[in-house]
Design a binder for this molecule. Structure first.
Ligand code: NAD
Ligand code: UGA
Length: 445
């Protein structure tokens, strides 16, 4: 059973590579010719730990192929994974144009029973739209070909995508047909060792499960950020509180780390899309609205703390920023808290010297050349170089090399030994005797 994966971004490339790693022959398709040429030459378009190794190995062993031509990729396969983007439209609802364009293209070339798998994050009812789009093309061709549409949302996290795909907590398969269910069962059997991980349900339930999961995780983070801000006002250290509540198995220790807001391509867009889905049915979403509002405010917290410390006019000040990506382990800058901070600092007249272990190339392409040319924003060659002569260090992304730095060297390099820790990585009790002025998120200092 060969597979076709359409869309070769974070989800598509990881899906294709991991199925190939389990012995399947997979063809990955993308409309971006540059991406496909790069992949054919062994150059990956994204940074994701462990991905390069399995892409290169499976390509060399002839199990993983790349093409821009969907009809060619469809020839030897009867299972098509749709993994294209579903970005926010103008009103925040999920834009399905890429998903439906793929569905129409599949309909134009379908030549026997096939399973079409929605892997992209799509609103409830999308499988019906995909089915209708495929059927419309079959009708134009005047042919009768049976096919099933399955919802199989993806739960991988960037920075841990390969590990998450290979050892998932669960695999959601929304499926109305026994024939398609058997095919999905076989496909996922290698990922099921030790315990059954596949949960079967209806297609709409699977579509909703994806949004509910992301929205709940985002809710936990926004809730914890609100508690952290309150801890600041009350002189309470939120890190003890986090440990204290996380040990309750009903609450759990994951996704309750306070910080400078959640970013990435998914939580912001999926919370927004779920809100739009509800509003379209006249249903209000005060909880989700608050999750979004808290996150938008939280992304301002680092700047507010700096303004309180240095004043609102930051001309003549330089700040070192450690971490640009929206989380460690990725070069993805989409919706990253660092973007909000850097823009606010530059607007207030400050200069910024930033360093990220992986996202420097992405940053160079992302921000206006004028900022770099004017010397307002510069990218340091090393994490310590970013500190030279800076008024303070702001830690935004908790990459591993930032966790146990050489504080003595930092003190020598910084103009003043001030650390603003947006991810609560450091121990105030360790820093105080070293002469650092330290502030975190909700540390009550
Ligand atoms: P991405 O933007 O990284 O990749 C999408 C790819 O699809 C691009 O390479 C684009 O060129 C390609 N594409 C667009 N139209 C195409 C077409 N007609 N034919 C072939 N290729 C086409 O997106 P992503 O981050 O991989 O996300 C894909 C979907 O998966 C989204 O719905 C997202 O919400 C969901 N998702 C993402 C993650 C994540 O961590 N990034 C995790 C789970 C789910
Ligand atoms: C998230 C989900 O975790 C995945 O399960 C899901 O598949 C994916 O979205 C998606 O649908 O695309 P991702 O955005 O890659 O994955 O990364 P996360 O680890 O969830 O982090 C998201 C943001 O939340 C980051 O900015 C991170 O710093 C922040 N975060 C996370 C916190 O502020 N506190 C936490 O406790 C956890």
């Amino acid at each position: 059973m060969n597979l076709t994966v359409i869309g070769t971004g974070y989800v598509g490339l990881v899906t294709g590579a991991c199925f190939a790693e389990m012995g399947r022959t997979v063809t990955c398709v993308d409309v971006d010719a540059g991406k496909i040429e790069g992949l054919k030459a062994g150059v990956l378009p994204i940074y994701e730990p462990g991905l390069e190794e399995i892409v290169l190995r499976n390509s060399a062993e002839d199990r993983l192929h790349f093409t821009t031509e969907l009809p060619e990729a469809m020839q030897d396969s009867k299972v098509y994974f749709i993994a294209v983007g579903t970005p926010p439209g103008e009103d925040g609802s999920a834009d399905l144009q890429y998903v439906l364009a793929v569905a129409r293209q599949i309909g134009r070339h379908l030549d026997g029973y096939s399973v079409i798998v929605d892997k992209s994050t799509v609103p409830v009812g999308t499988a019906d739209k995909v089915r209708a789009a495929v059927q419309a093309e079959l009708d134009v061709r005047g042919v009768k070909i049976p096919f099933d549409v399955v919802s199989n949302p993806e739960f991988l996290k960037e920075g841990a995508a390969v590990a998450d795909f290979m050892r998932p907590d669960r695999i959601i398969v929304g499926c109305e047909s026994e024939r398609a269910r058997e095919i999905m069962k076989k496909l996922y059997a290698p990922f099921n060792r030790n315990r059954e991980r596949v949960i079967y349900m209806g297609v709409k339930e699977a579509e909703m499960t994806k949004y509910a999961a992301n929205a709940l995780l985002a809710t936990k983070i926004s809730f914890m950020n609100e508690i952290a801000n309150l801890c600041d006002l009350l002189g309470v250290d939120v890190e003890s509180v986090r440990e204290g509540i996380g040990s309750d198995s009903r609450i759990g220790s994951h996704f309750i780390y306070p910080g400078c807001g959640y970013g990435g391509s998914c939580f912001p867009k999926d919370v927004q899309a779920l809100i739009r889905t509800a509003h379209a049915r006249g249903y209000a979403t005060p909880v989700l609205d608050a999750v979004e509002a808290r996150n938008a405010a939280q992304k301002q917290v680092l700047f507010q703390k700096l303004s309180r410390r240095f004043g609102s006019d930051l001309r003549g000040h330089t700040f070192a920023v450690w971490g640009l990506a929206f989380k460690p382990g990725t070069d993805d800058l989409r919706e990253a808290p660092a973007r909000v901070l850097i823009e606010a600092l530059l607007n207030a007249g400050a200069s910024v010297r930033a360093y990220d272990p992986v996202a420097m190339d992405a940053a160079r392409k992302e921000w206006p050349a004028a900022w770099f040319e004017a010397g307002r924003l510069s990218l340091a060659a090393h994490q310590y170089e970013a500190l030279e002569g800076a008024d303070a260090l702001v830690l935004v992304t908790e990459w591993k090399p930032f966790r146990h730095p050489d504080f003595a060297a930092m003190k020598r390099l910084l103009k003043a030994p001030i650390i603003l820790d947006g991810r609560n990585q450091y121990d105030p009790e360790e820093l105080q005797p070293l002469g650092f002025e330290y502030e975190g998120i909700g540390r009550g200092l």
